[in-house]
Write a protein that binds this ligand. Sequence first.
Ligand code: PEP
Length: 259
Amino acid sequence: MVNNKKIIIGNWKMNLNVQESSLYLHQLSKIVKTHRDVEVVLSPTTLTLQSLSLQVNLRQFKLAAQNFYWRDQGSYTGEVSATQLRGIVQYGLVGHSERRHIFGESDKDIRSKVEAAVRNHIRPVLCIGETAWERSNGETYDILHDQLIGGFANITSEELSRVVVAYEPVWAVGTGQNALPTYVSAAVSAIRNQIEHLYGKKASESIQVIYGGSVTPDSAADYLALPGVDGLLIGGASLNAHSFNEIIKKAHRGSAVVE
Ligand code: PEP
């Protein structure tokens, strides 16, 4: 059962080629201990997913796509669909701030991708978060509300149990400027309140909500200790095996190592 686990996702972004990715997975697999209470998910570039899917031990790591197109197949040159990724990845990032803000993805695109992931048995990780400008204008909760509604418009409460929400303030992603734990805590409560409003109390308590934004081995424990925070999405610090392993170790709550 995934829902009582902490989820630690490493987003490698557009780093590491096929050989480097394979070597890095090999290094990580030597040092990361598998615990029942933590799900470690690696999100390499699309190019390397297929080969890593043959190399990875799924009891140790799951794989996530960083992006995919929402249609299942057809004349969409250059795109990769969730249908094509089915069986290769277990998770798919959707609406990462770099996709929203660099590539102009709209809430409609993102909603379609959430649906495509669910339809193809891939757990979507819906990334939501405010920009620095929206934050300074006091719009944070409105943005979270709109991005949640936008992303989940066609998702049923049964499907919601397979979805993860990543709270990633845009101003904290890749900037070294991480959000204060109290700030994250308030935002995660707002997200859960919104889910309660849409899907009821049970859904709001059981949905997994994770935090991302310049998390390091030094700051990870502060976020993981927050009630309602079920894990972390790590960018920069996931590219160093020792840093990433230190973060994973912070997520264990004393469960035995799985051999
Ligand atoms: C991310 O890519 O989602 C992310 C949180 O990056 P970083 O940890 O580098 O801020």
